[in-house]
Design a binder for this molecule. Structure first.
Ligand SMILES: *[C@@H]1O[C@H](CO)[C@@H](O)[C@H](O)[C@H]1NC(C)=O
Ligand SMILES: *[C@@H]1O[C@H](CO)[C@@H](O)[C@H](O)[C@H]1NC(C)=O
Ligand SMILES: *[C@@H]1O[C@H](CO)[C@@H](O)[C@H](O)[C@H]1NC(C)=O
Ligand SMILES: *[C@@H]1O[C@H](CO)[C@@H](O)[C@H](O)[C@H]1NC(C)=O
Length: 271
């Protein structure tokens, strides 16, 4: 596995060989705050523990929770989100790990964010719940490339458009999708998009679309990629990486190497 983190503009880049054997409980990335430290046994720490305990209990049943506790300067704001397809037990396990890691990787820091395959956890002393900014964003890319990047990117656009449409119309702001191959050289592609359930449908559309339309140059031609942000995320792979059957199933006719149709085929919602 190769891992090359670097900072690009306001985004945090991470190049990672994403393979199915990645351990689900592994910390993908973390960002520590710049809004000060607290001391051991302080009121801030007591409030933080209260927030983290609330989040790990309440988010594991509903998949999403936010809370604030205390008063300035000891106010703590927290948010936890599990990936829409994971089971309650997986969500709980991920958040338990996140609760520990978030404090360990940023010791005594008033703010921390941690990303995993199955969940995301964030806390801060500065209000962020009303923000729709998706920064910082983390990009993860498979080190393997597809044979026809242009065609693959068009296919991805079709898939993510349809999956996003489904996600934006759902209460959970989450959907998965699949598009089966349309030429011999091109693989079946699996996609996933998720927004915070607190975003409106149009905020979700705007956030997710900015992740793949246009596709960041870093991801172009790669067999798999992810953009993980703080309000929305997307992922695609040429293998199935989510639980359950995809919500959106696209079938594009086999075309013997000719370009894909100008107009997208209709999304077929699963029953
Ligand atoms: C917080 O702690 C870190 C590491 O202990 C230190 O580098 C940093 O300067 C501290 N920040 C403030 C605002 O005290
Ligand atoms: C914090 O509290 C624990 C348990 O009450 C105690 O063992 C520890 O020494 C305290 N640490 C500080 C820095 O006061
Ligand atoms: C979960 O949320 C409910 C309703 O907001 C609250 O009453 C309960 O105490 C929370 N659970 C935990 C463990 O904090
Ligand atoms: C995806 O959706 C956008 C916005 O509606 C549209 O402009 C674009 O043509 C769509 N792409 C495909 C491949 O359908």
């Amino acid at each position: 596995m190769t891992m090359t983190p670097s900072v690009y503009h306001f985004f945090f880049f991470l190049l990672l060989f994403s393979c199915p054997s990645l351990i689900a409980g592994q910390l993908l990335y973390n960002v520590c705050g710049t809004t000060g430290n607290f001391t051991a046994n302080s009121t801030y720490q007591t409030n933080l523990h209260r927030v983290l305990s609330y989040l790990s209990h309440n988010a594991s049943t509903s998949g999403f929770a936010t809370t604030t506790f205390g008063q300035i300067p000891d106010l703590v704001i927290g948010l936890a989100l599990c990936r829409g397809d994971v089971k309650t037990t997986e969500c709980r396990a991920c958040l338990n790990t996140a609760t520990q890691d978030a404090q360990q990787v940023c010791p005594f820091n008033r703010a921390s964010m941690v990303w995993y395959d199955f969940c995301f956890l964030r806390f801060s002393n500065v209000e962020f719940l009303g923000s729709t900014s998706n920064d910082p964003q983390l990009l993860l890319g498979n080190t393997a490339y597809v044979s026809n990047p242009q065609r693959f990117t068009r296919l991805l656009n079709l898939l993510l458009n349809a999956t996003l449409d489904r996600a934006a119309r759902s209460d959970e702001r989450f959907a998965t999708g699949v598009v089966s191959k349309f030429t011999e050289e091109n693989p079946t592609v699996y996609g996933l998009v998720q927004c915070l359930p607190s975003l409106s449908a149009s905020q979700c559309r705007q956030c997710v679309r900015s992740l793949y339309d246009p596709l960041p140059s870093f991801l172009q031609g790669r067999q798999g990629g992810r953009v993980l942000g703080v309000t929305c995320t997307m992922r695609y792979e040429i293998y199935s990486f989510f639980e359950g059957s995809p919500k959106v199933k696209l079938t594009v006719p086999l075309e013997n190497g000719t370009p894909p149709p100008a107009s997208p085929p209709p999304a077929v919602p699963s029953p």
